[in-house]
Design a protein around this ligand. Structure first.
Ligand code: NDP
Length: 444
């Protein structure tokens, strides 16, 4: 970073405590030096300074009452990051680790990811430090309703369209959508990831995990490899992880390990995915319970242990910074040849550099996990047309979108003299689209 280091330093001085946000900015700017020197008009119009500053940040109190009558206060966030190419679009995360820096990193990443989909959606993200784990359905409902009594005034089908993320699945979206509809007296596609009977899209639930595997499939084929007979490890066991594991195994891979925030299961026979889905998605149990039904499997009570397992392809699908330098070293030493990011920013900057320096194929999140938001945009289209498409139709569109994203990022990398570096390709291709729109729209 030379031309851009001054801009980055300004971000550091303003937001020094927002570590994940700084990491995301550093990662993107690390690829953009060449773009900055080729496009003096963007420097003159301060596009780089503007693109790191959210258009709007909303922080609000979320009071709710638990089943015993105790009052709790959580903090709610919505960061409307960039609307240059479409309405703000991005999920809501409910997790105790949520703070402004986490939401800003996610919103910043989302802006470029959404641009890569080729669809007209801007970037946003939101959530709360509320922990849904261990709460009753009624507590979840009361929290979601309280959250929505503030958020409803800031969103809308042409303004800002939230979706799910960690801790926010169909149940939470249902409660939030219900409250939105009641407050606005308006039935519109203001959320994506909705239930199928009230405007959701088939294949949305599957889209991020499936899309990741479609992307990896293209990438692997281009490098004379494939999922066929590959040993695959997938971190996490939530929405993205489960559907990535299912598609990887459908494409011929053998998924041998998965995890949750407590530990890792290793089943060298191949994980029984219907069982895992039942335990995690339906019964909301800990992953350790898998051993009750598959006693030959092994459990490690440290989530990071997954990266010590010998594999060909690693799909981090849990959370940010789960692969650090030590984990990346273990992956390389154990013969892993491809890493595909299903989660957002699951690999630290040092770990990315290490993997790339060791010629490991590396698929960055903003390209590889864009299938979820792309299918959300397809849900928005179906809602505005008052139509619903079949699973096969949506899945086909998703596959096509992922193929085009792969071609776009790999061609962009080649064009900028960085053939094979999909991180650079994704950052440049995403940035150029947003920057061009911002430039055309003047200083706003
Ligand atoms: P879920 O809440 O459905 O699942 C998250 C999973 O990750 C859970 O199994 C959770 O375990 C596990 N987990 C959390 N922290 C750790 C950790 N430190 N080590 C191991 N496992 C951990 O979330 P999603 O699947 O929706 O999201 C996962 C990632 O994918 C996030 O980074 C999200 O931003 C990203 N993403 C999601 C999209 C979507 O469509 N849902 C779209 C694009 C990106 P536990 O049950 O113990 O909490």
């Amino acid at each position: 970073m030379n031309i851009l280091s001054g801009v980055y330093e300004k971000v550091v001085s303003k937001d020094s405590h927002e570590l994940e946000f700084l990491q995301a900015v550093k990662e993107v700017f690390g690829s953009l030096e060449v773009v900055a020197s080729n496009n003096p008009q963007y420097l003159k119009a301060s596009i780089f300074e503007r693109i790191v500053e959210p258009e709007r940040q909303i922080i609000f109190r979320v009071p709710w009452v638990d089943d015993n009558g105790n009052v709790h206060i959580n903090r709610g966030f919505r960061v409307q990051f960039n609307s240059a190419i479409g309405p703000y679009k991005g999920g809501l995360r409910f997790h105790p680790s949520v703070n402004l820096g986490i939401i800003k990193f996610l919103g910043f990443e989302q802006t470029f990811k959404n641009a890569l989909t080729g669809l007209p959606i801007g970037g946003g993200k939101g959530g709360s430090d509320f922990d849904p784990k261990g709460k009753s359905d009624n507590e979840i409902m009361r929290f979601c309703q309280s959250f929505m009594t503030e958020l409803y005034r800031h969103i809308g089908e042409d303004t800002d369209v939230p979706a799910g993320d960690i801790g926010v699945s169909a149940r939470e979206i249902g409660y939030m959508y219900g409250m939105y509809k009641k407050l606005k007296n308006n039935f519109t596609g203001v959320f994506t990831g909705k239930g199928l009977v009230y405007g959701g899209s088939l294949a949305r639930k599957e889209a991020t995990g499936y899309g990741l595997c479609y992307f990896m499939d293209e990438y692997l084929l281009d490098n004379n490899k494939s999922f066929e007979n590959a040993l695959v490890i997938v971190s996490g066991s939530g929405n993205v992880a489960i559907h990535a594991a299912l598609k990887a195994s459908e494409l011929g891979g053998k998924v041998i390990a998965m995890s949750d925030s407590s530990g890792v299961i290793l089943d060298t026979n191949g994980i029984n995915l219907p069982l895992l889905k039942q335990l995690k998605e339906v019964e909301r149990k800990r992953i350790k319970e898998y051993l009750k039904y598959q006693p030959d499997a092994t459990y490690f009570d440290e989530p990071k242990a997954i990266w010590n397992i010998k594999c060909d392809i690693a799909l981090p699908c849990a959370t940010q910074n789960e692969i650090d330098l030590e984990s990346a070293t273990n992956l390389v030493n154990n013969g892993c040849y491809a890493v595909g990011e299903g989660a957002n920013m699951p690999t630290t900057l040092e770990a990315i550099r290490y993997l790339q320096n060791h010629n490991i194929m590396f698929a960055p999140a903003k390209a590889a996990n864009a299938g979820g938001v792309a299918t959300s945009a397809l849900e928005m289209t179906q809602n505005s047309q008052r139509m619903s498409w079949s699973f096969a139709e949506v899945d086909k569109m998703l596959k096509n979108i992922m193929k085009n994203i792969y071609l776009n990022v790999s061609n962009t990398a080649k064009l900028y003299g960085k053939e094979g570096d999909l991180l650079v390709g994704a950052n440049i291709a995403g940035f150029l689209k947003v920057a061009e729109a911002m430039y055309a729209q003047g200083i706003i």
